[in-house]
Design a protein around this ligand. Structure first.
Ligand code: ZN
Length: 339
């Protein structure tokens, strides 16, 4: 082969390889619509509250009705049946009003939000592939706005298509990841996949374990790539590192589940069941901590595809898969088969 022929052959191979990788890349991209997701940041709410609190206090009802973040905050209160503490809230805004113009500019929450706003593109570039890697390949595109605000009772929550984050948590990327992961999960309605159980209260128990457990797992793992939060700052993360706490929460959870069939038969018992469910699962954090452990075991023993697949398969499959991978004493009580 002449030098010229060798050169032509080399060029042909190179062109072919480059061309193949472009096509392959496009194919891969179109296969996973999640990668086309877009996350927008919006700081208008916290800006109004910190820099112009007098305008907010001049007509609080108008503010609650028109501010995009606060409209979601109102819905959040409705959803968890928590009355809005209006007098307390006015006191918080009054405190902001008492600050001088110079002090307002130095508000630490506003500064944290502003630094995050500058990182919007960087965050998109890094967070989207990360979140999508924990979701099934067919996961739809996530299109969401993260509203930063202050003077609210939640650290952050997801509502409909959007997310609200308390100013103090603005630069805690992994909290944002937790809420964004919920957006990806929304594409798969666990209840519609599993309607074998007639009792929605019981179903809710396992749905919360799946939803909050996997979101906690994804956000906690994100600390490796977004190492901007001391894991011990968040109570959940402290619990994840404490084997005794994990065992205690699982036992508490199992106790409630064992009592569930007799409780839910009557209206009063159902209320008691829902109250203890909320207490152990949400207030004591069992959904997050026990659910995290279940997700971790599935990811470690069966791999990422199994964990991503757990979301569309639903809570029953999540429970059974986990229970099949651990010793008897680590199992979560199974109401589906023991009912
Ligand atoms: Zn959550």
């Amino acid at each position: 082969m002449t030098r010229f022929q060798k050169l032509i052959l080399f060029l042909l191979i190179t062109i072919n390889t480059v061309n193949h990788s472009i096509v392959y890349g496009q194919e891969e991209k179109s296969k996973c619509p999640c990668l086309q997701s877009k996350i927008r940041f919006d700081d208008s709410s916290i800006e109004k509250l910190v820099l112009h609190p007098e305008d907010v206090l001049a007509d609080p009802n108008l503010f609650w009705a028109n501010d995009s973040a606060y409209r979601l905050v109102k819905l959040w209160h409705q959803e968890i049946s928590l009355p809005i503490p209006m007098d307390k809230w006015k006191g918080w805004v009054q405190e902001l009003k008492n600050r001088s113009a110079e002090e307002r500019e130095k508000n630490t929450q506003l500064i944290a939000v502003k630094s995050m706003i500058k990182k919007e593109k960087e965050f998109n570039d890094k967070a989207i592939p990360y979140i999508c890697s924990f979701l099934p390949k067919d996961c739809p595109t996530i299109s969401t706005t993260i509203y930063f605000t202050t003077a609210i009772m939640a650290s952050g929550f997801q509502m409909g298509n959007d997310i609200v984050i308390y100013g103090e948590n603005a630069d805690k990327d992994n909290l944002l990841i937790h809420e964004l992961f919920h957006q990806g999960q929304r594409a798969y309605q666990p209840t519609s996949h599993e309607n074998e159980s007639k009792d929605s209260a019981m179903d809710q128990f396992y749905i919360n374990l799946l939803i909050e457990g996997t979101a906690t797992y994804v956000a906690y793992n994100a600390l490796k790539e977004f190492p901007n939060v001391d894991p011990l700052i968040r109570n959940d993360y402290r619990l994840l590192q404490d084997a005794n706490a994990l065992n205690r929460l699982r036992e508490k959870l199992n106790e409630i589940l064992k009592k569930a069939p007799s409780l839910v038969a009557a209206e009063a018992g159902r209320k008691e069941f829902m109250a203890s469910l909320w207490q152990v699962g949400s207030t004591d954090r069992a959904f997050y901590v026990v659910g995290w452990y279940m997700a971790k075991i599935i990811d470690e023993k069966l791999g990422r595809d199994a964990l991503a697949g757990a979301i569309p398969k639903g809570p029953r499959s999540f429970l059974h898969t986990y229970n099949s991978l651990v010793d008897e004493k680590l199992r979560v009580f199974d109401l589906y088969t023991k009912k």
